[in-house]
Write a protein that binds this ligand. Structure first.
Ligand code: HMG
Ligand code: MG
Length: 298
């Protein structure tokens, strides 16, 4: 059955901007995050404490987190692949962090320079340290519906990595269709495998729209009871380690779908659409939200 309400995790400032060819200023990022909060987003992934050599667009992570104009009730989170990243994020006063693993060995090597099992070994002390600091940790699994290097990924492999993250203490595991190759039945089967070990309430869907399937896939997993969706305003983004991957499903499109289904999200669609128009104009990008484009044309 469909959930009554859905929590959106807005990843535009991180997943969306990490792949931009031209640098986006810290000031623009901070204004984007502020506008997203004003539109009603309650969970905003704001930065990535990763190596600036690997992802130059996220090199200003400290300035972003310490420069936030914080709103009550909004969780500002950041990616932290290792203890070095976590310590820096904690120093900046981040609310929540996320570790990110993969269901594909090759993707794990390209993205974080280690095997899947090594990544889990690296995450364990990050979870321990975050717990001691009273900071919640989200876990990502990439390549849940396909890998740019390995092709098909077995649902059992996704379930295994997701379970490891959950048992390690991640309060929520976000399932990433990194390259957007999934289709609805495949998404359902993958989710069924993962949900044998993890309660549905602790799972999220993080779908990219490369092949135009993200909304269809979301509809399929909403029907299974998924109540957390990651999305990116204006469909910004891609992944630097997944060639050809386009952005996350657009937040505006997700809200329009949810509104039509009578599922509450607490987000103001017109404010969000205006934010999508503003950020795409500011960074000189096409708006990849169909809903955003339609609203802007009215
Ligand atoms: P490594 O080279 O194996 O690490 O990288 P290392 O420990 O040997 O360190 C190498 C250098 O990086 C050193 O600097 C470290 O200090 C530095 P040097 O001595 O050479 O000057 N370093 C760091 N600097 C800042 N912050 C840190 C940090 N750690 C080390 N935390 C590492 C390993 C994980 C660091 C690297 O591979 C990396 O940064 N990868 C990031 C990749 C990334 O950000 N990918 C995009 C996000 S994941 C994604 O988009 C998928 C998702 O959206 C879900 C989906 O769609 O599927 C989440
Ligand atoms: Mg992603």
């Amino acid at each position: 059955a469909f959930p009554q309400s859905v929590r959106l995790v807005e990843v535009g400032a991180r997943d969306g901007l990490q792949n931009e060819p031209e640098p986006v200023s810290t000031e623009t990022k901070l204004e984007l995050i502020d506008r997203l909060g004003a539109a009603g987003l309650r969970h905003i992934e704001a930065a990535s404490f990763v190596s600036p050599k690997w992802v130059p667009q996220m090199a200003d992570h400290r300035e972003v987190i310490t420069g936030l104009k914080r709103r009550d009730g909004v969780v500002y989170s950041a990616l932290t692949p290792n203890l070095k990243g976590l310590e820096a994020a904690l120093q900046c006063g981040v609310d929540e962090v996320a570790v990110f693993g993969a269901a594909s060995e090759s993707f794990s090597q390209k993205n974080i320079n280690c095997s899947v099992s090594e990544s889990l070994e690296r995450f364990a002390p990050v979870l321990d340290r975050a717990k001691a600091a009273n900071v919640r940790v989200r876990g990502y699994v990439s390549c849940v519906l396909g890998c740019p290097y390995e092709g098909e990924i077995a649902p059992a492999k996704v379930a295994e990595v997701a379970k490891a993250l959950y048992e390690m203490g991640c309060y929520e595991v976000s399932l990433g269709d990194t390259i957007g190759t999934g289709t609805p039945l495949k998404a359902k089967r993958m989710l069924e495998a993962v949900a044998r070990d993890i309660p549905m309430a602790n799972l999220g869907a993080h779908f990219h729209d490369t092949y135009g399937q993200a909304l269809a896939n979301l509809y399929a997993v909403l029907e299974e009871g998924i109540a957390v969706i990651d999305s990116s305003v204006a469909g910004l983004g891609g992944c630097p380690y997944a060639k050809g991957a386009s952005g996350n499903v657009a937040s505006e499109d997700v809200i329009y779908l949810l509104n039509g289904l009578g599922i509450d999200s607490g987000i103001d669609l017109s404010d969000l659409a205006a934010t999508g128009t503003w950020i795409t104009q500011t960074i000189g990008r096409p708006n990849r939200s169909k809903v955003g484009v339609a609203i802007a044309a009215q």
